[in-house]
Design a protein around this ligand. Structure first.
Ligand code: CAO
Length: 495
């Protein structure tokens, strides 16, 4: 039945498109432009823009649009979210004269948070690239011109001339039984941010279109009866005006080593460095409270040694971080003020339900802060698996916006690169962060006064002193320390 329904709706769609094409042809002929079956015209810039606009208008009217042979469409860089206004073009996958199909990758752009693959909405030929690699491209401005071809399929998105931003290729090539998946850019983004493949979701909208509710239902089924606030909603928690997004706060990537020149070199700040400058300036507005402690992690070291092989058997590399992260989540449940955000006017505080714990990570693109989402719902093994996934993506330079946004609390393991102490800087709009030093073997006294060999790690916390006082930070730190000094005690609180 469903197949028949889908078949007849496809037929209906096709009829609609034919009707629409005939309308376009009449409109364009009236304007002295040739579309549809006529040879490709050479349009001056004004005509192209006008043509693009008329296409856009008609496309909206019908809620579907068709591309037309010979129409040169300016393909604009769409809003890729999180207030991003510009991106750096990392790499072109096409050149002028190349033929492209819908959903083909056109280029890779680097926003201040993530690397994003831009895909085509049209079948056609690339007639112009507006930027060179490494140029800064502006959101809302043309990226390429495409001379479109006639196509029998409906372009899936609502808006004809803007580019859907997809962080991963798997989300740009979605097909269900040979049919392109129908979903608006917002729904695609929701799916992407929750790592859901659209091809696995059954759409309840017209012609099988996938709606936001379908994604949320899918997520609910995946996570059990109670739907936690999704990372999507978290990322849309209003940031204080002017505050920088959370994943932008780390030191600049080392980048390629510059060969020493005989004169000073000045270059514009771009990408992550630019974002860091913005977010660090925003972070300066936060009065930081610092608290440091030492943790005897000898038992944890022994426990991790014991569990490492078993985790390996599940295909997971078990480091210390999953224990640090899970312990932090258990403490956040007791101290929700540390898993909160404050609006810029200091009028409202939002307590976050999800424990989306950001982890400072040394990636191929430099230091980034991907987040392990909903740690409160995960076992230590699941946290480890998720961390492994993020590390793999980080090493490949493929962390997307979904993984880099929505953090509610952060940990920075400076110890994994040999640091002993650090003074972490809060990532707004979060209100607390911890930095972990390297685990050192040091002499300590046991209860009977004997010197023993202990594994000791320093931890430094920074908290937003406008909403968190020293006593609260210290109680949180004590609890976290106690969980790690006696990791078996965590068992009592795991769900
Ligand atoms: N002390 C001692 N050993 C540590 C350690 C610490 N603080 N942290 C990690 N290690 C060990 C791990 O246990 C692992 O050992 P095994 O091979 O025996 O398992 C080894 O070092 C490598 O660990 P890892 O770095 O691959 O994994 P991790 O989960 O410990 O760390 C991550 C994950 C993302 C924190 C790490 O990969 C990374 O990027 N570290 C750099 C972070 C950074 O640059 N921080 C500075 C931020 S400045 O604001």
């Amino acid at each position: 039945m469903a197949a028949i329904a889908r078949g007849s709706s496809a037929l209906f769609r096709r009829l609609l498109i034919q009707q629409y094409r005939r309308r376009c042809l009449r409109v364009q002929e009236a304007r002295g432009l040739s579309f549809g079956l006529l040879p490709a015209p050479t349009l001056d810039r004004t005509s192209q823009v006008r043509g693009g606009r008329s296409l856009q208008m008609l496309g909206r009217g019908l809620h579907a649009s068709a591309a037309h042979r010979g129409a040169v469409v300016q393909f604009k860089l769409s809003d890729i979210g999180e207030g991003i206004m510009e991106v750096t073009v990392k790499e072109w996958y096409v050149k002028e004269g190349d033929k492209v199909s819908q959903f083909d990758s056109i280029c890779e752009v680097q926003s201040d948070k993530a690397s994003v693959t831009i895909t085509s909405r049209y079948d056609g030929v690339i007639t112009k690239l507006y930027y060179d690699a490494d140029d800064v491209a502006l959101v809302g401005k043309p990226l390429v011109d495409i001379e479109t071809e006639s196509t029998s399929d409906v372009i899936q998105e609502e808006d004809v001339v803007e580019t859907p931003a997809m962080a991963r290729e798997e989300h740009t090539h979605q097909e269900i039984k040979g049919l392109k998946t129908q979903a608006t850019p917002a729904v695609r983004r929701l799916a992407m941010e929750n790592n859901i493949k659209l091809s696995e979701v059954v759409g309840s909208g017209k012609d099988g279109r996938i709606l936001k509710e379908d994604i949320l239902d899918f997520l609910a089924r995946q996570t059990g009866a109670i739907l936690p606030p999704s990372p999507f909603r978290e990322t849309r928690t209003p940031d204080p005006p002017g505050a920088a997004p959370s994943a932008e706060l780390q030191p600049p990537p080392a980048g390629p080593r510059r060969v020493l020149a005989d004169k000073d070199v000045t270059e514009p700040l771009k990408g992550f460095r630019k974002a860091m400058a913005k977010s660090m300036t925003a972070a300066l507005a936060i009065p930081h409270l610092g608290l440091c402690d030492q943790v005897d992690v000898s038992r944890l070291v022994a426990l991790r040694d014991e569990l490492k092989a078993e985790a390996r058997g599940h295909g997971v590399n078990l480091s210390y971080m999953p224990f640090f992260i899970k312990a932090a989540s258990l403490c956040l449940a007791r101290f929700p003020i540390l898993n909160a955000s404050l609006d810029q006017s200091c009028q409202n505080i939002t307590y976050k339900v999800s424990h989306n714990i950001g982890v400072a990570m040394d990636t191929a693109l430099g230091l980034l802060v991907p987040t392990v989402k909903n740690v409160q719902l995960l076992s230590i093994l699941e946290v480890a698996r998720e961390l492994n996934r993020l590390q793999e993506l980080g090493a490949a330079g493929q962390l997307g916006t979904a993984d880099l946004s929505g953090g509610t609390f952060s940990l920075s393991n400076i110890g994994s690169i040999g640091g002993t102490y650090a003074k972490p800087v809060i990532l707004p709009p979060e209100v607390a962060i911890g930095a972990l030093g390297k685990i050192q073997v040091l002499p300590r006294f046991d209860a009977s006064g004997h010197v023993i060999r202990a594994h000791v790690m320093n931890v430094s916390w920074s908290a937003d002193h406008r909403v968190i006082d020293g006593a609260t930070m210290c109680r949180f730190s004590n609890m976290w320390r106690d969980f790690l000094q006696n990791p078996a005690s965590m068992l009592l609180h795991l769900k």
